[in-house]
Design a protein around this ligand. Structure first.
Ligand SMILES: Nc1nc2c(ncn2[C@@H]2O[C@H](COP(=O)(O)OP(=O)(O)OP(=O)(O)O)[C@@H](O)[C@H]2O)c(=O)[nH]1
Ligand SMILES: [Mg+2]
Length: 218
């Protein structure tokens, strides 16, 4: 019985995710779901990304957190429109929450809609939000075994961003192992290496996203 219930919830989520995707398309908004562990550097990545984009596309953010508006306040400081979702304990966003958040945004004015998911490498993997692209962030301080240990989220992502590379010199993190693990699981995925806090490597990511937005009609 429990398995049937879970399947029903996922089917309902998938249906709503398709509706979200259609709404993004209608409005010319390219949606990106950012996933990764708590503290891996998702918000710092966004802050650096918006500096790098430097107005080339019109961005907005949906911030997902269990509690607080700390991340939304950080994004707001950059002058980027943002809506905060508090999941009240849930370890991932779902398509319904994103539908509700859209009401707080002028979707037709947005070319790049970034959704920062709740920090979690497990629960976020199963829930399509209606995004066009999923980016998974892995920081050097988490260790190089994470793709092997949490494969689903990496397998279902279109890009891997290895961040906090400024820590590489003080760590035993093996970049080649991580790249190899990702290539085996998701051969088509893009792989970037950045130090978002220091704005290093971010121009390549920003250029790639601008191309995606333009191809989407933005
Ligand atoms: N040295 C270094 N620190 C970083 C980098 N990126 C993020 N940090 C630090 O890592 C910590 C967590 O960064 P956040 O961007 O808040 O991480 P997050 O993934 O958004 O965290 P949650 O939303 O709570 O899951 C902060 O102290 C950042 O300053 C980086 O590239 N290098
Ligand atoms: Mg954050």
């Amino acid at each position: 019985m429990k398995i049937v219930a879970a399947k029903k919830i996922l089917r309902a989520n998938d249906q709503l995710a398709e509706e979200n995707r259609a709404r993004f398309k209608e409005n010319g908004a390219f949606a990106v779901n950012i996933v990764g562990s708590p503290g891996c550097g998702k918000t710092t990545f966004l802050e650096s990304l918006f500096r790098s984009l430097d107005g080339r596309v019109a961005p907005a953010v949906i911030e997902g957190d269990i509690a607080s508006s700390i991340d939304a306040e950080r994004i707001e400081k950059q002058g980027v429109p943002v809506v905060q979702i508090n999941t009240d304990g849930a370890c991932h966003l779902d398509a319904t929450m994103v539908t509700a958040a859209m009401d707080g945004l002028e979707l037709d004015k947005i070319e790049l809609l970034v959704i920062e998911n709740v920090g979690n490498l497990v629960c976020t993997a199963g829930f399509d939000l209606g995004e066009n692209l999923r980016i998974v962030i892995l920081s050097v301080s988490e260790g190089d075994d994470k793709i092997a240990k949490y494969p689903a989220i990496f397998q279902r992502s279109h890009a891997l961003v290895i961040t906090k590379t400024d820590f590489l010199a003080q760590s035993n993190f093996n970049v080649e192992r991580v790249v190899g693990d990702m290539r085996r699981l998701a051969p088509e995925a893009e792989i970037f290496q950045v130090s978002a806090l220091h704005d290093q490597g971010m121009d390549t990511v920003a250029d790639w996203l601008v191309e995606k937005c333009k191809a989407n009609g933005g």
